[in-house]
Design a protein. Sequence first.
Length: 84
Amino acid sequence: MDMLGRRTLMEKFADLIKRDAAILAKIESMDNGRVFSEAFGDAMGCWNSIKYFAGWVDKIHGETLPVSGSQFAFTKEHPVGVCG
């Protein structure tokens, strides 16, 4: 998937979390007995994190490094996928 597609998908996922934050908080509260307001805060924190990282999807780029001679060296960062 290209960068724009990944960013769009992550933003859509974040929007769904925000839309259903109250439902997710209620489920989390029933599942482990957390106070609803804390669970709601966690859901909104999740939304915020996903929106933040969606913004970085298209910011990954290489960097050319100066070297002697007729060669060049560069660094290219590749996303590693889901990490936890």
